[in-house]
Design a protein around this ligand. Structure first.
Ligand code: C2E
Ligand code: MG
Ligand code: MG
Ligand code: MG
Length: 276
């Protein structure tokens, strides 16, 4: 508009607004090229047995190293990728890279038991996620039971179509976890129908849990629910020993958080966890 109507018309727009729009278009254009320009990378955050500290797996977390923007965190670009129809390509890149990495570690003598990968709602809406996962498992030779996919609670709830896709994924032999559990609006009857093996207790309930009796009550309730449904529990975002102690006492099985390890680039995972 500004172009066709000359420079003077630009003053009709609030400057902050047009700058935001311009930045957004720029971000979108850069993001679309991030895969071909090899700018995406994965960090891996260990998941441990909360009693013994033994390494059980790791969650793959994507970062974008953009020459123009620097390191961009997923909260900033995952929603954009979802908006512009780029999330399936991005998700496929993450899955392939993570599975390859685990096989590479296998060959170097470092056996990471499981790898968790986040799945976006948008990826579940297009049903070809099942064949994508199948192909990547074939291509990398990773056995299905070593792959876990995380879907957020709000994504999976009360959606029969999503339920079918999850059943298809589960039929491949992979494991499924509900991420950010406690922040969505679970129908308990629907939850019991999901083909899942694990609940990830959201970080917002873990942070400062021992100083907040309502958080304590919620965490207890989630663990009781998981036990009743025969599901494993993992607490995300554990930062202090007192949080870990509380979760241990309450019978939570697994832990992930800065107390144990930050998300690390692959070489640092090896340095930190090989021979532990
Ligand atoms: P999430 O799946 O719930 O991942 C956990 C987030 O919590 C990660 O942030 C992790 O770095 C952070 N975290 C872990 N432990 C602690 C802790 O002790 N304290 C604090 N303060 N934070 C902790 P990150 O890597 O920035 O990722 C944010 C979100 O972006 C993820 O939340 C996930 O929803 C999304 N995401 C990341 N990678 C992918 C991906 O490959 N695909 C999709 N669809 N989403 C992704
Ligand atoms: Mg996750
Ligand atoms: Mg989470
Ligand atoms: Mg979370």
């Amino acid at each position: 508009y500004a172009k066709t109507h000359g420079r003077n018309s630009s003053h009709f727009y609030a400057p902050a607004m047009s700058e935001y729009a311009r930045e957004r278009v720029h971000l979108e254009a850069l993001l679309r090229r991030s895969i071909e320009r090899n700018e995406l990378l994965l960090h891996y955050q260990p998941q441990v047995d909360i009693r013994t500290g033994k390494l059980l797996g790791a969650e793959a977390l994507v970062r974008w190293n953009s020459p123009e923007l620097g390191i961009v965190m997923p909260v900033r670009f995952i929603p954009v990728a979802e908006d512009i129809g780029f999330i399936s390509a991005l998700g496929e890149w993450v899955l392939r890279t993570a599975c390859h990495q685990v096989k590479e570690w296998d060959e170097s003598g470092f056996v990471l038991p499981t790898i968790s990968v986040n799945l976006s709602m948008k990826q579940l809406e297009h049903g070809d996620i099942i064949s994508t996962v199948f192909s990547i498992l074939e291509e990398t030779g990773l056995s299905a039971e070593r792959l876990e996919m995380e879907v957020t609670e709000s994504t999976v709830m009360d959606n029969e179509r999503v339920l079918r896709v999850l059943e298809g994924l589960r039929a491949l032999g992979i494991q499924l976890a509900v991420d950010d559990f406690g922040t969505g609006y679970s129908s308990l009857s629907y939850l019991s129908r999901l083909p899942i093996q694990k609940l990830k207790i959201d970080r917002s309930f873990i942070s400062n849990v021992t100083n907040d009796s309502s958080r304590e009550a919620i965490v207890r309730a989630i663990i009781a629910l998981a036990n009743a449904l025969n599901l494993q529990t993992i607490a995300e975002g554990i930062e202090t020993e007192s949080e870990a102690k509380f979760l241990r006492q309450e019978g939570c099985q697994q832990a992930q958080g800065y107390l144990f390890s930050r998300p690390l680039p692959p070489d640092q995972v090896l340095a930190r966890w090989l021979d532990v």
